[in-house]
Design a binder for this molecule. Structure first.
Ligand code: GRG
Length: 296
């Protein structure tokens, strides 16, 4: 399997889904909707919707009602990137190979574009829940709400900012918490959501979540490594951002080699779980291996 091509093809397919849910610019909301659409259309691997889709496929060939959730998670992920790039946070001017949202639309509109995407995500999922009356849909929405909120991504980001702004050095335990919450929650959630939406048994849903947790932490380790030795052109964002912001990461504390080694161990653990699941696991297996070797 040419995994790079498979990822790109699936990404294109997901772009088509996203287009169905993006706001239509016009009237007095023209600017904010443009800023929202700019942020989503700037690109990205579309990994999170891909994980919903592929994990659902393990249990059911065609899962009804899955697209709104795929669109919603990418909206939430994109909002987090828009806010993370703001001067109050990482102050980055390049993301996904394009000027960041605040660089194009100004800070106020970028904050609002993030807010707009977050709300649109929940509107999209809530409409799907209302239309189908499906218990699976409600459970998937609740899971994503928790994973992206104070006890998940926002909580991790908050602790990260505390250390950043107060110039304090986090312990390894604190750094692990940041990593698990800021990054892994939004990789774990889509895997479990895919299983839930496909009506998998509770133990299979949990197994998908655990697999996602391992991959999520590995993903962050690789992200930290790429920030040290990645190629700015391939990444579409500046490297050395963590060092510039005096931000210790697992890669800077453990060293690039050890961080990479840990990512490989976590990936093996995730694949061990994957092998216990039904359905065609070939794509996910290749994807997990590829993610540890990715250069973007
Ligand atoms: C502002 C609430 C709030 C949260 C910010 C997303 C985030 C949390 C911070 C960005 C920095 C960072 C290292 C986050 C960890 C998650 C991560 C590795 C994001 C990048 O995800 P990719 O590589 O991005 O999937 P693309 O552009 O491909 O979608």
């Amino acid at each position: 399997m040419d995994i790079k091509k498979s990822i790109a093809d699936k990404g294109e397919y997901i772009n088509g889904i996203l287009e169905k849910y993006l706001p239509v610019p016009g009237g007095y909301t023209n600017l904010i909707t443009e800023a929202m659409n700019y942020s989503v259309r700037a690109g990205g691997k579309r990994l999170r919707p891909m994980l919903i889709m592929e994990c659902a496929k393990l249990f059911e060939e065609h899962t009804a009602n899955i697209e709104p959730f795929m669109a919603a998670i990418e909206m939430i992920h994109t909002y987090s990137l828009v806010h993370d790039d703001l001067p109050a946070m990482d102050n980055d001017m390049l993301r996904r190979g394009k000027p960041t949202t605040h660089a194009v639309y100004g800070q106020a509109q970028a904050i609002l574009a993030g807010d707009g995407l977050l709300n649109l995500a929940f509107e999209t999922m809530a409409s799907a829940c209302a239309m189908t009356g499906s218990d699976r849909a409600v459970r998937a929405m609740a899971l994503l709400a928790a994973a992206s909120g104070y006890s998940g991504m926002v909580g991790g980001q908050s602790l990260d900012v505390i250390f950043d702004k107060e110039e304090k050095i986090p312990t390894l335990e604190e750094l692990t918490f940041i990593q698990e919450k800021k990054c892994a929650e939004l990789i774990k959630a889509p895997m479990e959501m895919g299983a839930i939406l496909a009506g998998a048994q509770p133990e299979h849903c949990k197994a998908c979540g655990k697999m996602g947790e391992y991959i999520g932490v590995a993903f962050q380790l690789i992200d930290d490594i790429l920030d040290i030795k990645g190629d700015e052109k391939k990444l579409g964002k500046p490297v050395g951002s963590d060092e510039k912001n005096n931000k210790p990461t697992m890669a800077s504390i453990l060293g690039v080699e050890e961080a990479g080694h840990r990512a490989e161990i976590l990936t093996d653990k995730a694949i061990e779980i994957l092998m216990t699941l039904p359905g065609d696991t070939a794509f996910l297996k290749d994807l997990f291996y590829y993610l540890t070797k990715r250069d973007y």
